[in-house]
Design a protein around this ligand. Structure first.
Ligand code: NAD
Ligand code: WQD
Length: 350
C-alpha cells in the first residue's frame, strides 16, 4: 500500500483526488491549513467511502498545518516512518489561488505559494522522497486567439498568481537538473476545473464572494447573487463571449492518479502536461446549458471586459492523453448537473 502526501487535500481539487486515491487503496496523508477550506470536507470523504463499504482504517491521516512551517510538513513524514510505510510521493495542491487577491496582495501570494513550496521540497529531500505532482495552471501561458495551447507554447503570466505558478515550475526544473537520476516530477497545467462529486457531499467551497464564472452561476441560480455580469460581448468568438476549457473535477482527479502511477513506474523524469478537455465553451453556452440541464434561471447582463481577460483559453490535451492514457469523459452537462447538486445540498458550503 503506497503512502502519498497530499498538500491542500481539504480543498476543492485536493478533496476529490484524496477520495479517489483512498478508493484505489492508497494510504493518504493530508496537510492543510484550512485557509481556504474546512475539515468538513475530510468528514465527507470518510462518509462517501463508508457508504461505498470501503474501509479506510489506518489509511487516512490529517495534519492541520501550514507549509510555511517546515516542522508541520515533517510531522507527516515522521508519521509515515513510524508506520513503516514512508511517503513515496507528494501531490502538491496547497496554495492560494485567487488572481484578484494576488494582484492586491502579491507579497502574501509569493510568501505562501513560493516559501511553502520551497519548504516542502526541502523536507522531501531530507526524507529522500523525490516524487512530486504539482498543481500548475493554464494561466502560465501567453494566450493566442483561437489556438489550442500546447505544453511547449510560450509562457508569459500576467499576474502574481500566474508568476507564482511559473516560478514553481522553474524551481522544479532546477531541482530536476541538479539530480536527474533521482527526481520524478510532473507539473499539471489545469484549465478551468468545475463540477463536484456526484454524491453532492464534496465540492467547491469558495470563501466570500467567488470571482470565477462557475461558482457565480450556481450562486445566482440559488439566489445568493442577483445576476451574472458577463465580461464582454465583443470577443472574437462564435457568440462574442469568452471561451474556456471547463473540466470536471473528477476527470482532473483521475488525471492525478494516472500521473502518479506513471511517474512512479517510469524512470526519473520531469513532465509538463495540460489537463483540459480540449473543447471550448463560451460563457453564454455554459449559462444556457446550466439552465437547460437544471431547469433553473440564471439571469445575466453584459458589462465591460474584465482586465487581463482573454477570448479563448483551450487545451491541446493530446500529450496527457497519449502519455497517461487519460480520457476526460465528463461533458458540460455533467459539470452543470453535479455542481448544482452540490450547491443545492450545501447552499452555504460545508
Ligand atoms: P483550494 O483553495 O480549494 O485548495 C487549496 C488548499 O490549500 C486549501 O484547502 C487551502 O486551505 C490549502 N492551503 C493554502 N495554502 C496553504 C499552506 N500554506 N499550507 C497548508 N495548506 C494551504 O483550491 P483548488 O481549486 O483545490 O486548487 C488546488 C491547486 O490547484 C492550487 O494550487 C491552485 O492554484 C491550483 N489550480 C486551481 C485551479 C482552479 O481553478 N481551481 C486552476 C488551476 C490550478
Ligand atoms: C471564465 C470566463 C470570464 C466571471 C481563472 C484564473 C485561472 C484559473 C481558473 C487557477 C471568462 C467570464 C467570469 C463572471 C464572466 N485558476 N466571466 N463573468 O479567468 O478563465 O480563469 O480561474 O489557476 O488562473 O484566471 O476563469 O471562471 O474567472 O472566467 O463573464 O462573473 O467567464 O470573462 O471568459 P478564468 P473565470
Amino acid at each position: 500500500m503506497k503512502s502519498i502526501l497530499i498538500t491542500g487535500g481539504a480543498g476543492f481539487i485536493g478533496s476529490h483526488t484524496s477520495l479517489l486515491l483512498l478508493e484505489k487503496g492508497y494510504k493518504v496523508f493530508i496537510i492543510d491549513s484550512f485557509i481556504n477550506s474546512s475539515d468538513k470536507s475530510l468528514e465527507r470523504i470518510s462518509a462517501i467511502l463508508k457508504k461505498q463499504g470501503i474501509n479506510i482504517e489506518d489509511r487516512l491521516y490529517f495534519i492541520k498545518g501550514d507549509l510555511r512551517k517546515p516542522s508541520d510538513i515533517e510531522k507527516a513524514f515522521e508519521m509515515s516512518f513510524k508506520f513503516k510505510n514512508p511517503i513515496r510521493a507528494v501531490i502538491h495542491f496547497a496554495g492560494l489561488k485567487s488572481v484578484y487577491d494576488s494582484v492586491k496582495d502579491p507579497l502574501n501570494y509569493w510568501e505562501n505559494n513560493i516559501n511553502g513550496t520551497i519548504n516542502l521540497l526541502k523536507v522531501m529531500e531530507k526524507y529522500s522522497c523525490k516524487n512530486i505532482v504539482f498543481s500548475s495552471s493554464a494561466t502560465v501561458y501567453r494566450t493566442q486567439a483561437n489556438k489550442l495551447l500546447k505544453e511547449d507554447d510560450i509562457c508569459e503570466p500576467v499576474n502574481p498568481y500566474g508568476n507564482n505558478k511559473l516560478t514553481i515550475e522553474n524551481i522544479l526544473k532546477d531541482i530536476y537538473k541538479s539530480e536527474p537520476s533521482q527526481w520524478r516530477i510532473a507539473s499539471l497545467r489545469y484549465f478551468n476545473p468545475v463540477g463536484a462529486h456526484e454524491s453532492g457531499l464534496i465540492g467547491e467551497n469558495p470563501m466570500g464572494t467567488p470571482n470565477n464564472l462557475y461558482p457565480r452561476i450556481t450562486q445566482v441560480a440559488i439566489g445568493k447573487i442577483n445576476e451574472i455580469k458577463i465580461y464582454g460581448s465583443d470577443w472574437q468568438t462564435s457568440d462574442g463571449t469568452g471561451v474556456r476549457d471547463y473540466i470536471h473535477v473528477l476527470d482532473l482527479a483521475e488525471g492525478h492518479l494516472l500521473t502518479l502511477d506513471y511517474i512512479l513506474k517510469e524512470n526519473p523524469q520531469i513532465l509538463t502536461l495540460n489537463l483540459g478537455t480540449g473543447k471550448g465553451t463560451s460563457v453564454l453556452e455554459f449559462i444556457n446549458t446550466f439552465e437547460t440541464v437544471n431547469k433553473v434561471k440564471v439571469p445575466f447582463s453584459f458589462v465591460e471586459r474584465r482586465q487581463g481577460d482573454n477570448a479563448f483559453v483551450v487545451a491541446d490535451n493530446s500529450l496527457a492523453k497519449s502519455i497517461l492514457n487519460w480520457i476526460p469523459n465528463r461533458n458540460i452537462k455533467d459539470m452543470c448537473r453535479d455542481g448544482w447538486n452540490w450547491q443545492l445540498k450545501n447552499p452555504n458550503g460545508y
